[in-house]
Design a protein around this ligand. Structure first.
Ligand code: G1P
Length: 314
């Protein structure tokens, strides 16, 4: 089924402090993962789910993002003259992927505020939100499933992943709606369990978390979320939280369509986190058509040298 949803919002205004000093002069979204900047994976995923009208909500010092998705005639001419077809294709592809628009967030008031900035661009349409820090390496399957669930139920849809309890305080967490003590699931296929959601809490302490289902950075939202965001007060960390606005969508299911969570069990990397960023590089390199075989062989021989090696001082 082709979805009616064509617009996606990609918040990319964060300062990238977790990656300093690497992100002192370049945006964190431009850090390469194998051979592409992290943000390109996110844009490609949106396109794979037929979302071709993209709005990036950026900030100061984010012009490299705009440059990356734009044409570079001088570079293209040089590659053409050299007959370097494969690089020429790679360079052109980035500017042809999608129709990318940019808007600055202005005040850094939180994810909810960044999404609210997209109101005028999105209008009265449902839309997707993809967080630039999350790489989901599944060819757009999760997003397509979320769009299908949205069409089927009329609800806003959020992707969640089961995480160990000690990690819940890094995420928004959903409370599944229980019927006779069991989560109210939505008829879906076995690969994609989906449940109705009663509540959402941003970064709860483990003992207060309603479940271990953590929100990962993919959402399909009804436009009513804008009206809710307009009057959402700052929450966790003094920021306007998308999770808090979704809490109201969930609580007013009759009027606002409710919230459905779909459980993702595939590979996801939080490239805002050093360890996950490195894992993304290694795993995606190992699967890379050009260098994958070499990388896999090297990992095996390197791993065999690792026993009892002391940590190096920096
Ligand atoms: C944001 C959301 C949070 C979600 C997370 C996923 O938090 O506020 O609900 O679980 O993204 O990556 P952030 O990581 O930006 O602090």
């Amino acid at each position: 089924m082709t979805s009616q949803v064509t617009k996606a919002v990609i918040p990319a205004a964060g300062l990238g402090t977790r990656f300093l000093p690497a992100t002192k002069a370049i945006p964190k979204e431009m850090l390469p993962v194998v051979d592409r900047p992290a943000i390109q994976y996110v844009v490609e995923e949106a396109v794979q789910a037929n979302l071709t009208d993209l709005l990036m909500v950026t900030g100061r010092n984010k012009t490299p993002l705009e440059n990356h998705f734009d044409r570079v005639p001088a570079l293209e001419d040089a590659l053409e003259k050299r007959g370097d077809e494969s690089r020429l294709t790679a360079v052109r592809r980035t500017s042809e992927l999608a129709d990318v628009h940019y808007l600055r967030q202005g005040d850094p008031l939180g994810l909810g505020h960044a999404v609210l900035r997209a109101h005028q661009h999105v209008g009265k349409n449902s839309f997707a939100v993809l967080l630039g820090d999350d790489i989901i390496d599944d060819g757009g399957e999760l997003l397509r499933e979320m769009l299908t669930l949205h069409e089927k139920t009329g609800a806003s849809v959020v992707a969640v992943q089961e995480v160990p309890t000690e990690q819940v305080s890094s995420y928004g967490v959903v409370a599944p709606h229980l019927v006779d003590g069991a989560p109210e699931s939505i008829e879906s296929n076995d690969a994609w369990p989906a449940v109705w959601v009663d509540g959402l809490v941003e970064k709860p302490a483990p003992e207060q978390a309603p479940s271990n289902l953590a929100i990962i950075g993919r959402y399909v939202l009804r436009h009513e979320v804008f009206e809710v965001l307009q009057r959402t007060s700052p929450g966790r960390g003094g920021e306007i939280q998308l999770t808090d606005a979704m809490q109201e969508l969930a609580a007013r299911r009759e009027e606002l369509g409710g919230v459905v969570a779909v459980v993702f069990r595939g590979r996801r990397y939080d490239t805002g986190n050093k360890f996950d960023y490195l894992k993304a590089n290694i795993e995606l390199a190992a699967a890379h058509p050009e260098i994958g075989e070499q990388v896999r062989e090297w990992i095996q021989s390197y791993a065999s040298t690792l026993t009892n090696r002391p940590t190096q001082n920096r």
